[in-house]
Design a protein around this ligand. Structure first.
Ligand code: FAD
Ligand code: N01
Length: 541
């Protein structure tokens, strides 16, 4: 086996996070390498190739803001771009900044051990290569570890089994009988597309989400030019708003609004943009009464859209405030669900009992299947990190440390795991924001921290347990003031005894950014900084 490669930083993952992290560290003069399990760049947009996959934040906002030249040279075709276009953009980024030679593809990081005697990370992969790095940066993605249901007899199924997050486009579904599981954002997009070509479709749902119509006209040359001219203002707004959108919630409470005016406003918000419904008033994520009014409006809209009352009963969320689960954007999903060749099974009332070679059996019936699709979500926020055997100080394992829910300082660093950073880790705004903008903030903070350490001849940084606890308490307290912890969603992690733990930070992207900046300016308050255990190598290459 070859000697471990010596690096300042080993970055895991080549999505939006890993690509920018590599570029940033290289431009600051550090030696860094990315290890990526996939055979190309793009992360989410490399893996999620299912039909209909697209972003639900406008592309002019869901794109890097760090380089005005990149903003000017790239033109988005649609308001919400499809997966191939977002992947093409990330491939362009990899080429433009000459990043590919810094990425080891088709290689999975399997283990990382903190060597206390040398204050360095020893990183192992599923190939022969080993790395020895001062810093370990986890750009592994909050939504990258697919979660698949353990259905009885699945191994007996004779046809193809597809997963939206690992899509195989060599499978031809035209005219086939398809059983599809899961109708979150991925499932809704997939069903809307495959529903047009399959022979028969049975959709197995569990918890339904609200989906709003996605208006996605192509962008005209004039619109693109206007966006390009506006980029500085758009970015400024994004960086300092609560959700890193260029649109701010409109001032005022839903419950205090005149009912006729409220109805009119919600009617136009319904088709305006994915998140307009949640931005129409500024108290919808905090005030149960205001939220209930908008929830009831959305239920009414869906009842008018879904023609079969039995399907409507199963598809319209009940007892769940709108926005508590991620709002979905739909282009033709309910039209497909309205078709006669599309059946809907709610597994909560009709559980799956067996999978045979060519059917899905429930306690009430048998559904023929030539192919099965899983759009059943991800082990969100923590899955990809826990999948690596990471051992920190004293050999403690991250999977054990987080067995009762993730703990982290600012969602960036974990006590007991020195020199390890998590980009959009649990406890940061991450998935409750336009993620690209949150990624950029983390990347820039980490790079700045490494530069400051180099300048101050410090090699080791670790969150203190007090700071971590204080941040966790604060994040918990802020979350309790919102609707989020009241809802069953993938935002919630689970403890060993089955309790739910809310994972993202809901205090707002702008406020969070300020807090992170203040902490850095105050000499990395809440972190312990020191020299390496043994003198010798410095951080700079
Ligand atoms: P990822 O893109 O997930 O990349 C992580 C990479 O790490 C992956 O390529 C993975 O293979 C690699 N990796 C993980 N573990 C290992 C390991 N052990 N060894 C080697 N490599 C590893 N967010 C929004 O804000 N707006 C949207 O509209 C939006 N749309 C989305 C649509 C879909 C279908 C999905 C699934 C998510 C969407 N998201 C959206 C969230 C999206 O994940 C983020 O916006 C963003 O792409 C995350 O980038 P990332 O680089 O942090 O992680
Ligand atoms: O995953 P999900 P997703 N039988 O967890 C259900 C982003 N994204 O991949 O909640 C039947 O939302 C499960 O039910 P339950 C976005 O942030 C964005 O769709 O576990 N159903 C749930 O309803 C999104 O939120 C876009 O009770 C089963 C569904 O499957 C996040 O990624 C597109 C089941 C999974 O939904 C995750 O979205 C795609 C079973 N056995 C993704 N097991 C955009 O549009 C689970 N379910 C931008």
């Amino acid at each position: 086996m070859a000697a471990p490669r010596q690096l300042d930083a080993l970055i895991v993952g080549a999505g939006f996070s890993g690509l920018y992290m590599l570029h940033k560290l290289r431009s600051e003069g550090f030696s860094a390498q990315v290890v990526e399990a996939g055979s190309g760049v793009g992360g989410t947009w490399f893996w999620n190739r299912y039909p209909g996959a697209r972003c639900d934040v406008p592309s002019v906002e869901y794109s890097y803001s760090f380089d005005p030249e990149l903003e000017q040279e790239w033109t988005w075709k649609e308001r919400y771009s499809a997966q191939p276009d977002i992947l093409a953009y990330l491939e362009h980024v990899a080429d433009r900044y000459k990043l590919r030679d810094g990425i080891t593809f088709d290689t999975r990081v399997t283990a990382a051990d903190w060597d206390e005697d040398r204050s360095r990370w020893s990183v192992a992969t599923d190939r022969e290569n080993l790395f020895d790095a001062r810093f370990l940066i986890l750009a592994t993605g909050a939504l990258s570890e697919p979660r698949l249901p353990d259905l009885p007899g699945l191994e007996n199924f004779a046809g193809p089994i597809l997963n939206t997050a690992r899509w195989d486009d060599s499978v031809d579904l035209a005219g086939k009988r398809v059983c599809h599981f899961g109708i979150g954002s991925s499932g809704i997009q997939t069903v809307a597309e495959i529903g047009k070509i399959v022979g028969e479709l049975t959709v197995f749902s569990r918890t339904p989400s609200f989906a709003v119509p996605c208006s996605n006209p192509p962008l005209t040359a004039e619109q693109s030019a206007a966006f390009k001219a506006d980029y500085p203002a758009i970015r400024q707004m994004q960086r300092h708003s609560a959700l890193s959108f260029a649109e701010l919630p409109k001032a005022g409470s839903a419950k205090e609004c005149d009912p006729a005016e409220r109805e009119e406003r919600l009617e136009s918000a319904w088709t305006a943009s994915t998140f307009s419904m949640l931005m129409e008033f500024d108290d919808l994520l905090f005030d149960d009464e205001s939220n209930a009014l908008v929830t009831e409006f959305a239920q009414r809209k869906l009842a008018q859209t879904i023609t079969d009352p039995e399907k409507a009963r199963k598809l319209i969320p009940q007892g769940s405030p709108i926005g508590g689960r991620r709002l979905c954007a739909e282009i033709g999903f309910y039209d497909v669900m309205n078709r006669d060749n599309v059946a809907l099974v709610d597994v909560r009332e009709e559980p799956v009992t067996a999978i045979t070679a060519d059917s899905v059996e429930t306690d009430r019936g048998s559904y023929p299947a030539d192919a099965i699709i899983f759009a059943t979500g991800f082990d969100a926020c923590v899955g990809a990190i826990k999948a690596i055997a990471i051992r920190g100080r004293g050999g403690q394992a991250i999977s054990e440390e987080w067995a009762d829910g993730p703990r982290a300082y600012l969602g960036l660093a974990v006590e007991g795991f020195p020199n390890m950073f998590t980009i959009t880790g649990p406890g940061s705004p991450s998935v409750l924001s336009n993620v690209v903008i949150s990624i950029e903030q983390h990347v820039e903070w980490i790079a700045r921290c490494m530069v400051d350490m180099r300048e101050n001849d410090q090699q080791v940084i670790e969150a203190t347990s007090e700071a971590e606890q204080e941040w966790m308490d604060h994040a918990h307290e802020v979350a309790q003031q919102t609707i989020f912890p009241k809802v069953n969603s993938w935002y919630q992690g689970k403890t060993r005894d089955g309790r739910q733990v809310f994972m993202p930070y809901v205090g707002g992207v702008g406020a969070y950014r300020e807090k992170c900046t203040q902490i850095a300016q105050a000499g990395y308050e809440g972190f312990h900084l020191s020299k390496a255990a043994q003198s010798g190598e410095t951080v700079a290459s």
